[in-house]
Design a protein around this ligand. Structure first.
Ligand SMILES: [Fe+2]
Length: 237
């Protein structure tokens, strides 16, 4: 049972302790597998592992770095239409909920650790910020019946994507970088890691509440830009 009274921005010492445990443990877990852009991004946003981030302060930091702001996601999964509208307007939605201490390994709803630890390292880089904004614009420009393709590309890249760097498999997706359980599973031999192919995008199954059947591996971040352009050509040319 979810206690909605926990949805507050008044964090107590226990919350800061949970945040600290999440950060330090996940830092160690991803140290050897995160893509090379990740830790420079964590340093760029000056993520403090000892205190739960303050939305307003971090929003100012993002504005200074890439002219984006943070906005409250109201502790819910946002519908695709709402999500991509925020990205188009250079706003990154973040929750303010932090899981309870006994939920370190698993939280039934996404908490703020996902966004601050998993996403902002990338969004704070102008190159990635531009890509996220491009997702937002493209989503709203393609015909409604094709929007799921754009949403799936986001999901299987920014949320759950791998990337090959210097011949090594590296983690890019925030859903993996912020989840100890799915990260271990995804790195194991069990789920296939498939070279990205646009033709297979719609056969991938999004599963926000359980581990995924398979993951895409990108050759570069340019490949994601190129795919956005391919979708633009396919539906708007
Ligand atoms: Fe996410």
């Amino acid at each position: 049972m979810i206690n909605y009274q926990r949805y507050t921005i008044e964090y107590d010492p226990e919350d800061h302790d949970t945040w600290n445990k999440l950060c330090t443990r996940q830092h160690d877990l991803v140290a050897s597998v995160a893509c090379q852009e990740f830790f420079p991004g964590i340093r760029r946003i000056e993520l403090d592992y000892t205190r739960v981030p303050d939305l307003a302060t971090m929003s100012q930091q993002m504005q200074r770095l890439v002219d984006w702001t943070l906005t409250s996601a109201e502790n819910e999964y946002l519908a695709d239409d709402v999500w991509f509208e925020h990205l188009r307007a250079r706003r990154f939605p973040v929750t303010n909920y932090i899981r309870r201490p006994h939920e370190l390994d698993f939280t039934p709803i996404p908490d703020l650790f996902h966004e601050y630890f998993g996403h902002l390292a990338f969004v704070s880089d102008p190159r990635f910020a531009a890509q996220a904004e491009a997702f937002g614009h493209l989503y709203h420009r393609v015909p409604p019946e094709n929007r799921l393709e754009v949403a799936n590309l986001w999901w299987f890249s920014w949320e759950f994507g791998f990337i090959r760097q210097s011949g090594q498999l590296r983690v890019f997706g925030a859903g993996l970088l912020s989840s100890p359980g799915e990260l271990r599973y995804a790195l194991s031999d069990r789920p296939p890691k498939i070279p990205f192919a646009l033709s297979q995008l719609m056969s991938m199954r999004r599963s926000p509440h359980e581990y995924h059947d398979a993951y895409f591996v990108y050759e570069s971040f340019d490949q994601i830009d190129d795919t956005l352009e391919a979708l633009r050509q396919k539906y708007l040319a």
